[in-house]
Design a protein around this ligand. Structure first.
Ligand code: PRX
Length: 668
């Protein structure tokens, strides 16, 4: 049976024309951006990257092979790449261990006592772990996992706040060859349950709770709710983070306190020799169906990609203090809080809480206190900082900063300039990096010290990456608006979707045969610079978080009062996109403000707070084609306040006009 996602994405030409038409304003604005920022001379003089790197990248297989050599391999590869589209095997037959690449090789040398993690908790507590400390804790955790019977290849879910134990747990899994599946702490019990069951995880590592804006998030209680429906899980390891404030009962036999479990365990442990293509982790991300996809990343290629991009894109030097503000529950945290920087022996800053707690200068106080030199954050955060005003950063000495980065969504030129001036003091290059959970590492980005930047453009592909723009028919375009595709395999690419290789092939490789289709619209300018326009499918980017409209729709229709729901994204000044839901109720159910709140809470319970709808509009009908398909693009026009597009295919054109009037009159 054909699945719904293939049907919804089928009429590509039609869809492209519409998508690009709605993006036209965006394209025109971007085209008018004239400002250019050549690399500062002093920066270029010491930069890790040079133009030679672009030359080297032309021979892409050899380039990646060179990058792989920077890692420690237990035995070498026989071939760089086996490519049977769309399945790639990189560094074939090579053996390595990702955790020992991040730890053992550093403690054998002068980095032994260097800070690996400088951590600050939201309440203000601090911990510094040297490479030696981190290696010791990872070994103990690895041994504790083994003692519980967890073996190579087993899946382990990690549901933790941003505390050092999250990194320790990930690396301990990698050390013994277990596959980690980190679930963002902001996801609900039900989301956790679904991810655990899809991965058939044998263990969960969580905490009693975590701090967020002064509140305690009771993670263990959520985990308990999830675990009541997860028969594969035999063990739950619980970090004590908040104590009495989030008391949760421990289940005899299943639950173990982290500190008790690790306390008597030895630090002797040999890392498993993993095949380059052995799974390192699964990370769930939203797609165009209600069911999140388990993105599979393997060991050698992923580590090669993230280590190389960290080195060149963030220009890492021995004395740098690198702060990627992402949570490890997202891919950015995997690649640029954990594996990339630690493989390079860098000092990483980790912060547990919110940027505006207790004050709106929290980030800048962290930069000043720890002397952060390279900072990597999301445009949505920058837009919030802009709104809060420059007085917050200006109260702090930010002179240690030398390089800034952004990721996760298109950055509007205004935010770029603000970041450059108020955070970077006008002296720091900015790297706007485009990539995805699926790509593993950065794909399109300036090389600091080499590439001239322009606000709003991610500039050009990283060396060894080949991006091409195509039209609806897959024909290559030299410039203009179209779809972003990748034409050659790259080491950090996802290998499959866990348990659903057909969906992998269908989602990424079938729309444009022979090409990886990222799901993003883009513009390529005269100079060959890329301007990412955003998703062209049913995936939304809300405050830098990826959310599938179908997931939210499924959560809404799960509510007993809801008959039907359609969710679309609308532009939002701070969050990039906001969620607008159109809901029809079952017979006999009354629309009310109370029900609206109830529905929003229901979505939070089903998915997590990141998916809470911003607007809910009750309606007797939804606009449908004669064949009964909901026309979401018209709903998007309504939510965006645009003139309605073509309505001729509607079964009842009056429905949409009524909705438009109602939306314009709605109170919020
Ligand atoms: O639409 C693109 C947007 O984020 C999507 C990927 O989301 P996710 O898998 O959650 O990974 C985010 C962090 C790597 C992309 O399809 N995106 C990411 N970076 C950029 C971006 N859009 C524009 N500019 C970027 N720099």
């Amino acid at each position: 049976m054909r699945r719904s996602y293939t049907i919804r994405l089928a009429p590509l030409g039609f869809w492209l024309t519409l998508t690009l038409a709605t993006m036209k304003d965006q394209i025109d604005t971007l085209l008018s951006e004239q400002r250019r920022f050549p690399p500062p001379r002093a920066f270029a003089a010491r930069a890790a990257a040079t133009t030679a790197l672009y030359d080297a990248g032309r021979d892409w297989k050899r380039f990646w092979e060179e990058q792989a050599r920077a890692l420690d391999w237990m035995s070498p590869w026989n071939r760089v790449l086996d490519w049977k589209p769309p399945h790639a095997r990189w560094f074939v037959d090579g053996k390595l261990n990702a955790a020992s690449n991040c730890l053992d090789r550093h403690i054998a040398g002068p980095r032994r006592n260097k800070a690996a993690i400088i951590w600050e908790g939201e309440p203000g507590d601090r911990r510094v772990l040297t490479y030696w400390d981190l290696a010791r804790e990872v070994r103990r955790c690895a041994n504790a996992l083994k003692a519980l019977g967890i073996r190579r290849g087993d899946r382990v879910a990690i549901y933790l706040p941003m505390i050092p134990e999250a990194v320790i747990a990930m690396l301990a899994c990698a050390r013994i060859g277990a596959v980690h599946s980190v679930v963002f702490g902001g996801f609900s019990a039900e989301s956790l349950r679904d991810r655990i069951n899809d991965a058939q995880a044998v263990a969960v590592i969580t905490a009693d709770g975590g701090y967020r804006r002064g509140q305690v998030l009771p993670l263990k209680r959520f985990a308990d709710e999830a675990l009541a429906h997860c028969p594969s899980v035999k063990h739950c390891i619980v970090v004590r983070r908040v104590g009495e404030e989030a008391f949760a009962a421990m289940e005899e036999g299943r639950d173990h306190w982290w500190h008790r479990l690790l306390q008597p365990v030895s630090t002797e442990s040999e890392p498993e020799a993993m095949d380059s293509e052995d799974m390192l982790f699964i990370l769930y991300t939203s797609g165009t169906t209600g069911k999140p996809k388990g993105i599979v990343h393997t060991t050698g290629g992923f580590l090669t990609h993230v280590a190389a991009t960290t080195r060149y894109v963030f220009d890492l030097r021995e004395e740098d203090v690198f702060w990627c503000t992402a949570d490890i529950g997202w891919v950015t945290g995997h690649s640029y809080v954990v594996y990339g920087p630690l493989a390079n022996g860098a000092t990483v800053v980790m912060y547990e809480g919110a940027p505006d707690w207790p004050e709106r200068d929290r980030f800048w106080s962290i930069v000043e206190t720890y002397g952060v030199t390279v900072m990597y954050t999301a445009p949505t955060a920058i837009r919030a900082f802009m709104k809060w005003g420059p007085e917050h950063p200006s109260r702090h000495d930010l002179s240690t900063l030398r390089l800034l980065g952004t990721v996760g969504e298109p950055i509007n030129p205004e935010a770029w300039i603000w970041y450059h001036e108020h955070i970077g003091g006008g002296r720091c290059p900015i790297v706007d990096t485009w990539w995805q959970t699926e790509t593993g590492g950065i794909m399109i980005t300036p090389l600091p010290g080499v590439t001239t930047t322009t606000p709003g453009s991610a500039t050009v592909p990283f060396p060894g990456i080949s991006a091409e723009l195509v039209d609806a028919n897959g024909k290559r375009l030299e410039k203009g608006g179209g779809f972003l595709t990748i034409t050659q395999p790259w080491p950090g690419m996802l290998r499959t979707i866990y348990g659903d290789d057909e969906r992998y092939q269908q989602t990424y490789w079938s729309r444009f045969p022979g090409r990886y289709f990222a799901g993003d619209g883009a513009k390529l300018d005269e100079a060959g610079y890329w301007w990412i326009l955003g998703r062209v499918d049913d995936v939304l980017n809300v405050a830098g978080h990826r959310i599938g409209t179908m997931e939210v729709e499924s959560a809404l229709v799960d509510h007993p009062a809801v008959a039907e729901a359609a969710v679309v994204g609308r532009s939002h000044d701070l969050k990039g996109q906001a969620l607008a839901a159109f809901v029809t109720l079952k017979d006999g159910k009354q629309a009310s403000p109370g029900l609206k709140d109830d529905l929003k809470d229901h979505v939070v319970k089903k998915i997590g707070a990141i998916a809470r709808p911003d607007d809910i509009l009750f309606s007797a009908d939804l606009p449908k084609t004669r064949s009964g398909k909901i026309m979401r693009r018209l709903l998007k026009d309504i939510a965006e306040g645009r003139t309605l597009g073509d309505t001729t295919t509607l079964a009842d054109p009056a429905v949409v006009n009524r909705l438009k009037e109602m939306y314009e009159e709605k109170e919020s």
